[in-house]
Design a protein around this ligand. Sequence first.
Ligand SMILES: *Cc1c(COP(=O)(O)O)cnc(C)c1O
Length: 390
Amino acid sequence: MPTYSRLPVTFTQGEGVWLWDDQNNRYLDAISGIAVCNLGHCHPAVTQAICQQASQLVHTSNLYQIQRQEELGDALVEASGMDKVFFCNSGTEANEAAIKLARLYGHKKGIALPTIVVMENSFHGRTMAALTATGNEKIKEGFGPMLEGFLRVPYNDINAAEQAFANNPNIVAVLVEPVQGEGGVLPADPAWCQRLRDLCQTQDALMMIDEVQTGMGRTGKLFAFQHHQFLPDVVTLAKGLGNGMPIGAMMTRGKAAEVFAPGNHGTTFGGNPLACAAGLAVLNTLRQHPEHITNATELGNFMRAEFIRRLANLNGIKVIRGLGLMIGIQLDRPCAELVKRALEKHHLLINVTRGDTVRLLPPLVMTQDDAELIVSGVCDVIREFLNTNA
Ligand SMILES: *Cc1c(COP(=O)(O)O)cnc(C)c1O
């Protein structure tokens, strides 16, 4: 179905930061399948784990104990400080699980119309509850009615959050991205995050962090909430967790870990041995090679500094921002065509989000040379674009 306007290129092979098309042309991937292949394409440890598991056991059911699922659950709990994990197949499903959990949490306290605080400009996925939570009117258009029980406030606005809590005793949770990815690579203000945590604590609401895009080392910590001084109650993961194998997860802690009982939620595929073997390989690789996560901080800072040095004084550049290897370059005009220009002229894969922001999410395993190639290619296409579209 034409749900995507696809670029005219077919990739048939990948290795690390590189992709090859069906004509054997080589491309540098600076988007990682949208923050999925954080360890690069076909990372040997992940490939080996998938092949090994595929030859041993692919699927049984959550009706039975699943060894790989327990191992991945334990590893995630140990790495995050959370208590329990529910596995699913995607980011939107992880957020659906979190939204259902928050509602049940409220009902168990006697709140008949539980309300979840969500942000303007947010993205949480395409299924109905996650779509309702999303703050992008364009992708919701035509799919109403949305669900009840959501209250939207501006991102990074302490006053608005305080007002929302003061006026609404039905708030059971806050759902927030630590860096808004689809929304244009906007990092959360640490003071605002801490205030949200405190407000949740005071009103016995759940602090739910959507780490679908920011998780698995992307921002220079294994999880982006680890940039802050608190633990959330709920964390959702997907994208980078399987390095390309479809897998999502909802991690819970404390009172949030005690909400779901048998029968409350379920999934046929979620947490199957194959997906969990891939997740385990990703997590083990990141723990055995902390340099990949350090790389996210160092090369991210290097690239942002280079972009500022080379682009910031140009007419047409609004802001250069990000965290770790999430980089956003916002222009003062629509610039979606940059994607095609970078692909054709430099064989470079980039992304434009919200229509006016170049978004880069390169693999964490890239080298300084790769980073320099990306910077020079992106600067070149932006400069040319601004000159011909003045
Ligand atoms: C991509 C994304 C989702 C949706 O994940 P899918 O796997 O596409 O369903 C949810 N939240 C955030 C922050 C995302 O970036």
